[in-house]
Write a protein that binds this ligand. Structure first.
Ligand SMILES: Cc1cc2nc3c(=O)[nH]c(=O)nc-3n(C[C@H](O)[C@H](O)[C@H](O)COP(=O)(O)OP(=O)(O)OC[C@H]3O[C@@H](n4cnc5c(N)ncnc54)[C@H](O)[C@@H]3O)c2cc1C
Length: 412
């Protein structure tokens, strides 16, 4: 077993696995991937429906098949994959402290890639009052229960959220024989793509509660219902159910980045990175949903591949300059964050896209990029900005920025 590999990857989801494979194929460096779950593959392992692999593998397959393909590719490339290994502490100086059935171990790479993904905020973090009955889950917990442990999920569910992942929850509930009696969103429409909203509603006949929020979870031992409030009228009503699934509302799994003293981006709440995935610490990179919660698996994988290119260059030239030396990218409301957080005129980000997150729905938004009060780029984009999903902006809109002239601001 390698104790101090060239590259230590934490997290065996699409971004970590793809980066590890790419590094082995490009450089022959020793690469160890640590994964806390017993099986590698990240979220797609338990997301048993079609919709994975379009942009990276040029196919459309189910989550578990997609995960298995990424794992096979990593093993074939000679990546050392250690599953059942939880990184409990990490700093760039001391490396990773790991706990596994084999006991404790410590591991330090010349380079570390944080690919720990993101998680949905559970009910407790959403501060929703009421009892503490059984039957309250996130989508991840629901899919683990149904797809990995083959257990049921009640008979009537309320799904909180209207993102892509929310439809994934509805689909899993149906497979488990549980009817979705309401999909609740605080917005005027579900945040998912129009085609998913139409398709989802036609297929599942899910009643929508828009402009609504859950004000209370009811029940003592098992959920008996939720109280909903209409934000326009203040009116409250009870919806009876025995299951509540809190979906979306993502936060990066940033504990290690925080513990390691990396600069965090106050917008994404993940580690602040430049276009190459470099963090504030030389030799530490980050990729995937750990950086920008939350995008599709193929985009996370391509982000991992992009970071692998930068890591390969770093391994060959460890004296290459650290991040900085670029321009900070800032956003104006309704945008909440932009990723990467740094712009450099000669370093395009993965897929030449700046990823952003909007708090409001705008059908065909005009994106304005300015610096020091002057507009340096403006374009109307044909795709909508919508809460609950990443809004992608072409990098070329920023390339007129002047080095040394201060931060760049993106607005809609
Ligand atoms: C319900 C649902 C449905 C989805 N449907 C689709 C879809 O149809 N198509 C699509 O393209 N995308 C879909 N996505 C999104 C996609 O799954 C994610 O974008 C993708 O998995 C992100 O990859 P990642 O590598 O960044 O993170 P993850 O897949 O989250 O992987 C991170 C890994 O890091 C591990 N880890 C974290 N911390 C530690 C630690 N301290 N020690 C060791 N290991 C650690 C985790 O266990 C995990 O395996 C869906 C997501 C969800 C939740």
């Amino acid at each position: 077993m390698t104790t101090n590999p060239d590259v230590l990857v934490i997290g065996a989801g699409p971004s970590g696995l793809t980066a590890a494979t790419e590094l082995r194929l490009r450089t022959g460096a020793s690469v160890v991937v640590l994964e806390r779950e017993r099986t590698a593959g990240g979220i797609p392992r338990h997301s048993d429906h079609i919709g994975y692999g379009m942009r990276d593998l040029h196919t459309v397959t189910t989550g578990p098949r997609y995960a298995a393909r990424l794992v096979d590719a990593a093993l074939d490339a000679g990546v050392e994959l250690r599953t059942g290994t939880m990184v409990t502490a990490w700093t760039p100086e001391t490396g990773a402290e790991c706990t596994s059935p084999a006991g404790h171990s410590r591991l330090r790479g010349r380079v570390t890639l944080l690919a720990t993904g993101a998680r949905e905020r559970p009910r407790s973090a959403r501060m929703i009052p009421g009892g503490r009955p059984a039957g309250v889950l996130t989508t991840g917990e629901l899919q683990n229960t149904v797809h990995l442990h083959h257990r049921g999920a009640g008979t009537k569910a309320v799904v909180v959220g209207g993102e892509l992942v929310s439809w994934s929850a509805v689909m899993t509930l149906r497979e488990a024989g549980c009817e979705t009696v309401a999909m609740v969103t605080r917005h005027a429409r579900p945040e998912s793509y129009g085609v998913f909203n139409l398709g989802g509603r036609a297929m599942f006949r899910t009643p929508l509660a828009t402009h609504a929020r859950v004000t209370q979870v009811l029940g003592r031992h098992r959920v008996t219902g939720v109280e909903l409030e209409d934000s326009r009228t203040g009116e409250r009503r009870i919806v009876e159910c025995d299951t509540v699934v809190f979906t979306g509302d993502w936060i990066p799994d940033h504990e290690l980045a925080r513990a390691g003293g990396l600069a965090l981006d106050p917008g994404t709440r993940g580690p602040l990175v430049d276009a190459l995935g470099r963090t504030s610490h030389v030799g530490v990179f980050a990729a995937g949903n750990a950086v920008h919660p939350v995008d599709t698996a193929d985009v996370a994988a391509l982000g991992g591949r992009h970071a692998a290119g930068a890591i390969a260059r770093f391994l060959a030239h460890p004296d290459s300059p650290a991040w900085g030396g670029g321009l900070r990218i800032e956003v104006a409301a309704p945008l909440r964050w932009a990723s990467p957080g740094w712009f450099h005129p000669h370093l395009p980000p993965a897929r030449q896209r700046i990823l952003t997150w909007s708090e409001e729905y705008i059908g065909a938004p005009t994106v304005t990029v300015s610096q020091a009060g002057a507009v340096i780029g403006r374009r109307r984009l044909p795709w909508p900005a919508s809460p609950g999903r990443v809004f992608r902006i072409p990098w070329s809109l920023l390339t007129g920025a002047v080095p040394g002239a201060g931060p760049i601001t993106i607005s809609l």
